[in-house]
Structure formats: C-alpha cells, structure tokens
Design a binder for this molecule. Sequence first.
Ligand SMILES: Nc1ncnc2c1ncn2[C@@H]1O[C@H](COP(=O)(O)OP(=O)(O)OP(=O)(O)O)[C@@H](O)[C@H]1O
Length: 255
Amino acid sequence: MDALLEVHDVHLSFGGLQALDGPSLTVADGEVVGLIGPNGAGKTSLFNCINGLYRPQSGSVRVLGREVAGLPRHRIAGLGVGRTFQNLGLLASQTVLENVLAGAYHATRGGWWATVLDLPDVRRTEDRLRARALELLTELDLADVAGRPVGTLPFGTLKRIELARALVGEPRLLLVDEPANGLVHSEVAELGATLRRLATDRGAAILLVEHHMGLVTSVCDRVVVLDFGRLIAEGDPREVARDPQVVAAYLGTAA
Ligand SMILES: Nc1ncnc2c1ncn2[C@@H]1O[C@H](COP(=O)(O)OP(=O)(O)OP(=O)(O)O)[C@@H](O)[C@H]1O
C-alpha cells in the first residue's frame, strides 16, 4: 500500500541558497514523525512544499499516491492535508468559532451561486462543519471561549485554536509547525497527549516540526533530521538524539 505521504528527492532553492537538497521521507497512516534540525535546516520549507505554498524545482511529493507538487493549496487541503503555522494564522477580531470554521474553507467551496442561493447542499455542509467545529472546541477545552474574539485570549489558548482550525477539515495528514513554542511545561504535556490521541483515535498521520526534544521523544514514533536541506539521520527519537552527526549539526559544527 502507498504511504500517506511520500517525499522523494525534493530540491528547492532561493537564488543561490539551497533550502532543500534532496531529502526523501515517508509517513504512514497513524504515524507521528518528528521533523527536526537546527534553525534554517529547511523544515518549514519542506512543509511549504507539502502543502503547496512552495513549488519545488525538482523531486516529488505524493499524498495518498497522488503527486501534489505544483497543485494549488486548496486542492492539497482537499486531499486531506492540514497544517498549523508557527506564527499563528488567526484573525484577531473574529471569534474562536469563526477562526476554526475558516480552516474548512476548502470543504465549503460550493461556488458563488450555490452560496448566494443558499442551496441545501451548501447548508448541509455548513451545518456539518459547525457541528464538527463545536465538537473539536469541546475536545480541546475551548468550548467556553467559542464566542470570544481571538485577540482577547492568551497565547496557550491561541495555540489550541490553531490546532482546532487545522483539524476541522478532518485531515488525514497534519503538518504541525512548532506547537510547543511559547507554551509552559504543563501546556506542552497536554499538547503531547492531544497529538498522540489524534494519531491513535483518529488514525491521523502527523509530521511534527519541533525544537522541544521532550515533546518529540514523548510523541514521535520516528524522527527525521534535516541539516542544510539534507536528511542526515532517521530513526528512533532517543537514538537519533545521540547520533554524533546530529549532535554536531545542533552545535553548528557539521560540514
Ligand atoms: N521565501 C524565502 N526566501 C528566501 N530564503 C528563504 C525563504 N524561505 C526560507 N528561506 C531560507 O531557506 C533556508 C531554510 O529555511 P527554513 O525556514 O525552511 O528553515 P527551518 O528549518 O524551518 O528553520 P527554523 O527552525 O528557524 O524555523 C534558510 O536559509 C532560509 O533563510
């Protein structure tokens, strides 16, 4: 069977700078894979190539066996790829519920006429998404703030809203970018439990970019390590963390 995500020999450069220099990796259903590496290693660039923000110059990115490199972002989201952003992509003046529903934009594209005419199909989809959003808000302990504007809420809460927004479209593959950044210890532990639950209960595959090694070792089945756009190690999180090449990369001494 095809892996859920297959990245093969992807190259991406900005002028003379090689952001991705041929990494290959796979993620299977229900698997949580950590994507780690020092600052500037290419982690976010790889996310951008998977969800269609960037188009790699060469190589292949397959989701459920289908080539997605070069497809528009909403089409890739429609194939089941969700994403959270490092710098939260939330709208401060909108409520928590509105922000979460915006994450399902690709699923509500019934067309202008369908929306204006309030066609039953569009209404049914919107009702279903609303119910799903409210369910997620309860699951992520956000039900009490559903009607509050996002701009009035603390940072740890915003991180959970960002996660709910990525989940409302029921992704098969979730790309999570530095979710622990800015969270206190107890929030990181809670986040780890939430990510594990998503993979175990919903069978979602998760690719997790994270610098917090405690979170990586506690939730990831496997990690892949990038340095200067290249894959330098792969395997069990604890073993990889001891790999001399990985240690050197983090200390800035790798070639
Ligand atoms: N749009 C862009 N234009 C020019 N250079 C870019 C662009 N996006 C990324 N880069 C460069 O590509 C390289 C990889 O960056 P990327 O953000 O993917 O690394 P990262 O591993 O996610 O780093 P961090 O852990 O700091 O978020 C860096 O040298 C970065 O400066």
